[in-house]
Ligand binder design. Structure first.
Ligand SMILES: [Cu+2]
Length: 279
């Protein structure tokens, strides 16, 4: 009788644990985080990191970048289309020594989401520089905003997106000037709209990816150390559904899956042991 109880208990435990991973994944599917490492275009030396957390129709975009023109606004967008990639210098098809936004379009496609600080985020706000973030006196831009996707843009499209920040100052005048006019708006100098950096959004791997953890100094990003509660990993899954800390959720998910796999192995061992003893 005792052996039967052991075997039944082990079988139940195993079944429970096998069922657990799907429950844990479901608790996480509300939010997906994408990360882009921003690299310079037009020799600006600019770099940075952008994260996009997608939660249903809502996006939370966080950008921290440096090397931009100090104290000037920088138009920034999610471009979608082309080959969904960042251009190289070879994209300067008219060989004038600078890469215009249009010349980069075969790589990153058109503007689809305008990363404004307030109001409309559709492509029609692409050059709304009065609602774009300004770099600080050191040329750093810090941006975070949560907003709903503009009409016609799906989360699947965002997953293919490329982040681009615009505004360069090759003549070091400290302002957007020069005789060359913008390919996007002839009333603006080209410097105001030429791309300064670019980064392709990539799905943040569930395995506690370092990009997601390192790029949000402004957010209250609790380090992964706090997530080391292995024995209760499955039980704690529901409280990680908070979209604002999607990177953290990914870390928790990875830990939970590791714990679940471990428990399944142990459960299987116990079941096997009970089965052998029964014979
Ligand atoms: Cu753009």
């Amino acid at each position: 009788m005792k052996r039967i109880i052991v075997a039944v208990t082990a079988a139940f435990l195993t079944a429970l644990l096998i069922g657990a991973p799907s429950a844990a994944v479901q608790a996480q599917t509300g939010s997906t985080t994408y990360t882009a490492q921003l690299s310079q275009l037009n020799g600006t030396g600019s770099s940075g990191t952008a994260t996009v957390a997608v939660n249903g129709n809502s996006l939370t975009v966080t950008i921290n970048s440096t090397g931009l023109v100090p104290s000037l606004p920088h138009a920034q967008h999610i471009h979608i289309g082309g080959t969904n990639s960042c251009p190289t210098a070879a994209a300067d098809t008219n060989n004038d020594g600078r890469l215009s936004t249009t010349e980069g379009a075969p790589s990153y496609g058109p503007i689809e989401v305008s990363l404004t600080t307030s109001g409309d985020v559709s492509k029609t706000s692409g050059l709304a520089v009065d609602r774009m973030p300004s770099a600080d006196a050191n040329g750093a831009v810090t941006y975070q905003r949560t907003f709903d996707l503009p009409a016609g843009i799906t989360p699947q499209m965002v997953a293919q997106g490329v982040i681009v920040q615009h505004g360069i100052d090759p003549n070091k005048s400290g302002t957007y000037d020069g005789a060359t006019k913008s390919d996007l708006d002839p009333s603006l100098p080209a410097e105001a709209t030429d791309p300064a950096n670019c980064g392709k959004l990539m799905a943040s791997a569930g395995a506690g990816s370092t990009p997601a953890a390192s790029n949000t100094p402004a957010a209250s990003n609790t380090p992964a150390g706090s997530a080391t509660t292995p024995t209760t990993g499955v039980v704690s899954a529901p409280n990680t559904g908070d979209g604002a800390t999607a990177g953290q959720s990914n870390n928790l998910l990875a830990i939970e899956l590791a714990v679940i796999i471990g428990l399944v192995v142990v459960g299987g061992g116990v079941a096997t042991y009970g089965f052998i003893r029964r014979r």
